[in-house]
Ligand binder design. Structure first.
Ligand code: PHE
Ligand code: CO
Length: 294
């Protein structure tokens, strides 16, 4: 896939509306670039800080414990983080590192990075006009949304397994089905807090955690459907990239997520392919509703 073809570069973890924004000139096969941290302007650090402040007011109540714990130890509130420092801490914690990329990368490249415990983080920051909403990942989404959970050993293993699973799904021509799993877990997953720890629903999906509006919506609003995590149900469910989600899938723990995605997906893809897809807002037979406990 060429670095200049916007369609070829619209992977399932981003969605078809993604445009190229970064600079792909002279890019190598792994799409990794230098972060060139010195290039960020004071205005960009200030905008990052404002984004961080807004989300950090919400996460104590709305994000899962694992996220909050890691965010605190990241010390990333004041300026756009230096990726090399973060990688040092991550390597020590879970053996992951982050690599800088100019923006979206081809599926194969993305999966190769995950399968090798490297998370690609976009280098550029959104404009002030995109404070509330951005259609493609920028450094704030990628960093704030995704990086804290890479410190959790179980979630970190899940993401690596997802990368390996992506390479396999590509061979099985099942990327569209696997992409739905990424969407409804890594990007928009909810977890039910442990009893006794305050309970209630919490977000672990990065698309929720980095969004000012959707974080509250996903946790508090009566409108969306919230159902128990079910792998095949998720693989059948279409998703919308242009609005808050109609349906959220709720796990009990990262252990559950890891265990239920461990089996060989080849026969599962076959089964799911034989069934009709479900619209993003549709109910399905067998759905177990999850109540908001607040
Ligand atoms: N078990 C999956 C397979 O056989 C791999 C996978 C693991 C995919 C975890 C996603 C998440 O393809
Ligand atoms: Co993301």
């Amino acid at each position: 896939m060429g670095g200049n073809d916007a369609d070829a570069l619209a992977p399932p973890h981003a969605g078809p509306h993604a445009r190229l924004r970064g600079d792909y000139s002279g890019i190598g096969p792994d799409f990794v670039v230098d972060q060139r941290w010195e290039r960020y302007s004071a205005a960009e650090h200030a905008l990052y800080r404002r984004l961080y402040e807004r989300q950090s007011r919400l996460v104590p109540r709305c994000a899962c414990e694992e996220f909050n714990r890691s965010l605190a130890r990241l010390d990333a509130a004041h300026e756009i983080p230096r990726f090399d420092r973060v990688s040092r801490a991550l390597r020590a914690a879970t053996g992951w590192e982050i690599v800088a990329v100019p923006g979206l990368v081809p599926d194969r490249v993305f999966f190769e990075h995950l399968a090798n415990r490297r998370f690609p983080v976009t280098v550029w920051l959104r404009t002030p006009g995109e404070f509330d909403y951005i259609v493609e990942p920028d450094v704030f989404h990628d960093f704030f949304g995704h990086v804290p959970l890479l410190f959790d050993p179980v979630f970190a293993d899940y993401l690596q397994a997802y990368g390996a699973g992506g390479l396999k799904a590509e061979r099985l021509d099942a990327l569209a089905l696997l992409a739905r799993l990424y969407w409804y877990t890594v990007e928009f997953g909810l977890v039910r807090g442990a009893a006794g720890s305050g309970g209630g629903l919490r977000a672990y999906g990065a698309g929720i955690l980095s969004s000012g509006g959707e974080l509250r919506y996903a946790i508090d609003d009566p409108a969306p459907r919230r159902v128990r995590f079910d792998l095949e149900r998720i693989m059948r469910t279409e998703y919308r990239i242009d609005r808050y989600q109609d349906t959220y899938f709720v796990i009990e723990s990262f252990d559950e997520l890891f265990a239920s995605t461990a089996p060989d997906f080849a026969p599962i893809y076959e089964r799911v392919r034989a069934l009709p897809a479900l619209a993003a807002d549709a109910a399905a037979a067998g759905d177990v509703a999850v109540q908001r406990e607040r």
